[in-house]
Ligand binder design. Structure first.
Ligand SMILES: Cc1ncc(COP(=O)(O)O)c(C=O)c1O
Length: 408
């Protein structure tokens, strides 16, 4: 286990140097947090619930009405049929982070491994290491694509070895992944389903959908594994959250699964950890979903983040960063931009780009942190979530100066 989690290092740097502009933080934008909607929800709760149950302890698995509202909400997405699934198959957690943590506790012991995309969500990689569990990379490309054929070969090898060396869990991000912003296509998921069915029908798979609702432009067709016939008999957990799309501070996530073992295991651990997420946060979210404020908020923030993404890209683009050997795909959703630096430019902590960025007072996430092992050292994760649009442009200009200095 590392002495100091990366997240702490980044936050300490930001706190010690207030002049630093952070393109590292995965926060949402304070200016768009839905304070008025929360106020309306609280007023509605006070009027409708004189017994004030919203300020009382609640159920371990979460508020049944919120779970019902969420199941209905998920079904409102195109192609999301979720056959046979309902509120009883769901558990509400303290952010999806707690769900991920409990899942690892449920399936893994120290010394075990978990299969992850390369790149993957670096806080998850650290969570694993913190529990003594080793992340291992799925065959994937650094742009976030999964090599489904190579995955199948790997699964077959593990099966041929009687399961020796096989991970206890697979962790995938279905939509606007952190950090690549790429989504898995239905075809990729179907190919993976086939491989898992043939070679590892009992290997649990998490599909993390943290950013699914933050799409730019037309709603993309994202069919979750739970809605696909091919995955029907497989132990799959849909990890969702209401933090990124609505209010990060309400810290409410949820898991949905057909696997009784998974759901009951999570409930057992949750019972030991906190015997239920904040009833107040859940009641506010239930109300926001019910009255339409949740949907309204999303209609507002999606174009807002799309504009911020475009402004960040625009500054980098206009300064000719691509001509200097940098590469990236325009994100279609999420809060992140994933950049490949020219070969040989070391972007890791204390490397030339990091030092130059510190001098220029701008913070980014070194891309090597997002890999389980064999990390390339020329990737950078930038976030356009937290900073106001004008500050994003200033941060981007600082980043450009740092890139020029590091290259020169
Ligand atoms: C991919 C991914 N999953 C899960 C989480 C956890 O989010 P929360 O606990 O706020 O739901 C994050 C947060 O950044 C994330 O990026």
């Amino acid at each position: 286990m590392r002495e100091e989690p990366v997240i702490t290092r980044l936050m300490t740097a930001a706190l010690e140097r207030p002049e630093l502009l952070s393109l590292a933080a995965g926060f949402t934008d304070n200016s768009r947090l839905p304070a008025a909607a929360v106020e309306r929800a609280v007023a509605a709760l006070r009027a409708s619930d004189p017994g004030k149950t919203y300020l009382q302890y609640g159920r371990n698995a979460g508020d049944p009405e919120l779970r019902a509202a969420l199941a209905e909400h998920l079904r409102s997405f195109p192609e999301e049929t979720l056959p046979g699934l309902g509120p009883d198959d769901m558990i509400v957690t303290n952010g999806s982070q707690q769900l991920l943590y409990m899942t690892v506790q449920l399936f893994c012991d120290p010394g075990d491994t978990v299969w992850v995309q390369a790149p993957s969500y670096f806080v998850f990689l650290e969570l694993l290491r913190g529990l003594g569990v080793r992340p291992v990379s799925m065959p994937s490309a650094p742009d976030g694509a999964v090599d489904t054929e190579a995955c199948r070969r790997q699964l077959r090898q593990w099966r041929a070895a009687g399961g020796a060396g096989r991970p206890r869990l697979a962790y995938l991000m279905g939509a606007f992944a952190n950090p690549s912003a790429r989504s898995l296509s239905k075809e990729e998921k179907a190919a993976l389903a086939e491989a898992f069915r043939a070679e590892a029908p009992d290997l649990p798979v998490v599909e993390d959908m943290a950013y699914r609702e933050l799409f730019f432009g037309e709603p993309p067709t994202v069919t979750s594994m739970l809605s696909m016939e091919a995955w029907h008999d497989h132990p799959v957990l849909y990890a969702g959250t209401l933090t990124k799309p609505f209010a990060t501070g309400l810290k409410t996530g949820y898991g949905l699964t057909r696997s009784t073992v998974w759901r009951e295991g999570l409930e057992r651990i949750k019972g030991h950890q906190d015997f239920g997420s904040s009833q107040f946060a859940q009641a506010v979210l239930r109300e926001a979903l019910r009255c339409g404020d949740y949907a309204h908020h999303l209609r507002e923030v999606r174009p807002f983040y799309a504009v911020k993404a475009a402004r960040l890209e625009d500054v980098l683009e206009r300064a000719g960063l691509r001509a200097q050997g940098w590469h990236w795909e325009s994100p279609r959703g999420g809060l992140l931009l994933w950049l490949r630096a020219p070969d040989g430019l070391d972007t890791s902590f204390d490397g030339p780009l990091w030092r130059a960025a510190m001098d220029e007072s701008v913070l980014y996430v070194p891309g090597d942190l997002c890999f389980a092992e064999g990390a390339p050292r020329n990737f950078v994760r930038l976030s356009f979530g937290a900073l106001a649009a004008e500050r994003i442009e200033e941060a981007a200009r600082r980043f450009l100066r740092a890139a020029a200095r590091a290259a020169g």
